[in-house]
Design a binder for this molecule. Structure first.
Ligand code: ACO
Length: 327
């Protein structure tokens, strides 16, 4: 049986930093409020006006390739989970393939907001498991600063920019993606969305005046739905695989809010020592959080470790993946 195993990781964070003190200058907030309500201390922001999301993705892939001895022309496919593509079309994945010289790769973007990376990883794993492809780059990357209203204190304090990527390859010895549960509930759209710029409300003077090109979020509703969605999908995944929380070595959750993560860990019964958190450094980078967390904590993982990836985001979309580490 062929499984899709992660065999390499890369990450990229732009140089610009926005601290909580900087946030105090922008909106009516306080460093203390942000830390106690979210756990975030700072975020990275892509400030170069000549650069966009695809440049962060290229940075993350170059970081991965510098640590893995593979020729870029061996890459079969690139999937980019993102809500902040460089353009409505073409897809960021196509721009990235061109920029890195991946001449033999095709690819596309997957828009599942904060669940973008897990949706992309599951999609890519099917191409590996069927034997169709041998080397797939799965990216989670978002330049949230391009769609954040820095006058809205309820959203601007949460988000940052960053990109993470994993290399997925076939493994016939057991490790790799073991199982996954992906869910969606479109009725949640009204609580978390960007209203302007699509076919429903094409860009116009009116959409700009209404701030429809920014993220809109009803935080409390999303908070509750996120805890429920992530907790239930982890629970169902464990039951389906005859596992308990004690069998899990690490949980790598989407970094939305530290309080969400502790609530999920508490509900599922996973010890907080096993929950990997880096939200304090990067904030919520949307599709970027999970691969960036894997990147930061790579040295902790051992071959055979059982890892749960879990996410919740706009759509609503959510789900969890059970992974066995391959190296
Ligand atoms: N600074 C100071 N006060 C603030 C701030 C701020 N930055 N933001 C809100 N407040 C105020 C509110 O106005 C409110 O004041 P009031 O009581 O006078 O009305 C008070 O703080 C409490 O507001 P709540 O919204 O109840 O605060 P909450 O504890 O829920 O925290 C937060 C807000 C951080 C947004 C939280 O709800 C959250 O994390 N939600 C989920 C985010 C998430 O997971 N998103 C999913 C992924 S995003 C994606 O998919 C793109």
């Amino acid at each position: 049986m062929i499984r899709a195993a992660i065999t390499g990781i890369g990450g990229y964070l732009p140089e610009g930093i926005l601290t909580n003190k900087d946030m105090e200058e922008l909106v009516d907030t306080s460093e203390e409020w942000i830390i106690t309500r979210t756990g975030i201390q700072k975020r990275h922001i892509l400030k170069d006006p000549d650069k966009a999301n695809s440049d962060m993705v290229v940075g993350a892939i170059q970081n991965l390739l510098s640590r893995k001895n593979i020729d870029v022309e061996e890459i079969d496919m690139i999937i980019v989970g993102t809500v902040t593509a460089d353009y409505p079309f073409p897809d960021t994945a196509n721009l990235v393939a061109h920029k890195i010289g991946a001449k033999n790769a095709f690819g596309y973007d997957i828009n599942a907001a904060c669940s973008g990376f897990i949706y992309s990883l599951v999609t890519a794993s099917k191409f590996i498991e069927t034997g169709t492809y041998k080397k797939i780059l799965v990216v989670g990357s978002d330049q949230m600063s391009s769609i954040i209203n820095y006058k809205d204190r309820t959203t601007c304090i949460l988000f940052g920019d960053g990109a993470g990527v994993v290399l997925l390859e076939p493994n016939e010895e057991g490790p790799g993606v073991q199982d996954s549960i992906l869910r969606a509930e479109g009725a949640g759209w009204e609580y978390l969305h960007m209203k302007g710029g699509g076919s429903k409300n094409p860009a116009s003077a009116e959409t700009i005046a209404n701030d429809w090109h920014y993220v809109y979020q009803e935080g409390k509703t999303v908070f509750k739905a996120a805890v429920k969605g992530m907790s239930e999908s982890i629970h169902d995944l464990l039951v389906r695989n005859n596992l308990t929380h004690e069998d899990i070595d690490w949980m790598v959750p989407h970094q939305a809010n530290k309080r969400i993560l502790s609530s999920v860990a508490n509900y599922v019964g996973i010890d907080m020592d096993k929950v990997l958190i880096n939200i304090e450094k990067y904030g919520n980078t949307t599709a970027g959080t999970i691969p960036l967390c894997l990147w930061d904590y790579e040295s902790k993982f051992k071959k055979g470790d059982k890892i749960i990836l879990t996410a919740f985001g706009g759509g609503f979309t959510w789900g969890s993946i059970l992974l066995e580490w391959a190296y």
